[in-house]
Design a protein around this ligand. Structure first.
Ligand SMILES: Nc1ncnc2c1ncn2[C@@H]1O[C@H](COP(=O)(O)OP(=O)(O)OP(=O)(O)O)[C@@H](O)[C@H]1O
Ligand SMILES: [Mg+2]
Length: 423
């Protein structure tokens, strides 16, 4: 097997989700294109709602997915970009202001804004009082204001006196970040950096114009539904709702008195997010469990269980979009991704709830293994690779266990992160 370090342009990602662990390996070619070399997927048993609940099971799932990806790619994984989600994530918008200054003693002046000024203003924007158990995961610049001029994306080289930065801050409970990091390390890998799962998904399914003119991305997984709102090229709002497609399956199992597995099968095969008026209805027979009588329902009956729960999840997403304060400016409406949106006619249901343009988002900007990877389920995993490519273009791979890129919250890592998010 070829050693990762000897291979140039290799990037690896690990999406440790509630229902599946997905390991991916790609290589960036000379033209900067991302080619997928290997993918491994296993059922996740140690994760609930994005959080590690069984370290042992999570490590085993990671090992199995990684070894499958490595065998397919014939490349060994070492440093990985890892997705993070769950109720332990919180976010807020904040601003920081500095006076542009020069020289060692930083004498205030009206002059060209340099990288140092940008770092200082971002440090200001990041300076919030956090509960001791929390750390900052991302500082995502939205826009800058120089004196009276706002809406500036990149202030480097502009001339001014007062520099203001508006940012979106994402924080995480440190122990949750450490738990996932430890599981990855116990599986023989190390974490290049942790990335908020919907941020990774956005790298995979959104185009720059959508981010500019406004869009909300909803990643409905098994245990969580993650939301990220973009406007004017920046992240305006992120949120994690602690329910996903598994909640729909649970309802089916409970109401139809069947196993979770059978309910999942029924949902995938016959379920609709919004039952079409024109379609012919069919009866479905459900075998009895443990000697019970078989039951019957119809496709419409099944969908009448699915619809209200889905509507509830989408309505929670709509409330989050309202909180973003740019909800009425989102030209490109709603993009749906994650395995939970594979339900038939999901676009119709989401369109009804949001009263906006909706579409299902598939992973873009990557080639190779299209037959397996071309599914909303792989938005996060694909996005990790694209994020990783951007990260390595700017800083090179950290390529050592325990390297500074690994740790969130420390100053050196934080400063690197500022620039990563910024340019
Ligand atoms: N064909 C399908 N039809 C309907 N639902 C589906 C289909 N395939 C998968 N799902 C649902 O997608 C969900 C899993 O999605 P996904 O793989 O994105 O989750 P995850 O990333 O493991 O979880 P999370 O992001 O919540 O941690 C499950 O609830 C499953 O029932
Ligand atoms: Mg997911």
């Amino acid at each position: 097997m070829t050693n990762h370090e000897l291979q140039s342009g290799i990037i690896s990602g690990l999406d440790v989700g509630t229902t599946k662990v997905c390991a991916v390996i790609a290589q960036v070619d000379d033209e900067g294109r991302m080619n997928l070399l290997g993918m491994g997927r296993t059922a996740a048993t140690g994760i609930r709602k994005g959080m590690v609940v069984s370290v042992k099971e999570t490590i085993a799932s990671i090992e199995a997915a990684v070894s499958e990806a490595e065998n397919q790619a014939d490349v060994k994984m070492d440093g990985v970009y890892v997705a993070l989600s769950g109720e332990q994530v919180r976010s807020m918008n904040n601003a920081g202001v500095i006076t542009v200054s020069r020289g060692e003693s930083r004498v205030p002046s009206t002059s060209e804004i340099d990288e140092d000024d940008i770092l200082r203003v971002l440090e200001q924007a990041k300076a919030i009082t956090l509960p001791t158990e929390r750390e900052i995961l991302h500082v995502l610049p939205q826009e800058f204001k120089i004196d009276q001029h706002d809406g500036i994306k990149d202030p480097l080289g502009h001339v001014g006196h007062r520099l203001e930065a508006r940012v979106h801050l994402v924080t995480v409970v440190s122990s949750a970040a450490q738990n996932i990091t430890r599981c990855v390390e116990a599986a023989g890998l190390w974490v290049e950096t942790l990335i908020l799962a919907p941020l990774a998904s956005a790298y995979a399914v959104l185009e720059e114009t959508e981010k500019e003119q406004g869009v909300v991305l909803i990643d409905m997984g098994g245990g969580t539904t993650d939301i990220i709102v973009y406007y004017n090229g920046g992240v305006r709002h992120t949120s994690v709702i602690p329910f996903g497609g598994n909640r729909v399956t649970n309802d089916i199992a409970q109401i139809l008195h069947t196993t979770y597995q059978k309910a999942e099968e029924l949902k995938r095969e016959h379920g609709y997010a919004k039952f079409p008026a024109t379609i012919e209805d069919n009866e479905i027979t459900i075998e009895g469990i443990a000697g019970r009588q078989p039951q019957t329902t119809t496709k419409r009956g099944l969908s009448s269980i699915i619809e209200p729960r889905l509507e509830e999840i989408l309505a929670l997403c709509r409330n989050e979009v309202r909180k973003s304060e740019v909800g009425d400016k989102l030209t490109f409406g709603v993009v749906l991704t994650g395995g939970g949106v594979l339900l038939k006619d999901i676009e119709e249901k989401a369109g009804e709830v949001f009263n906006a343009d909706t579409k299902v988002g598939y992973p873009l900007h990557i080639q190779g293994l299209e037959d397996v990877m071309h599914s909303p389920e792989y938005a996060t995993a694909t996005g990790l690779l694209l994020y990783g490519r951007e990260h390595q273009e700017k800083y090179g791979a950290v390529r050592r266990p325990g390297g500074i890129g690994r740790f969130i919250g420390d100053l050196s890592g934080g400063v690197k992160d500022f620039f990563r998010e910024l340019f």
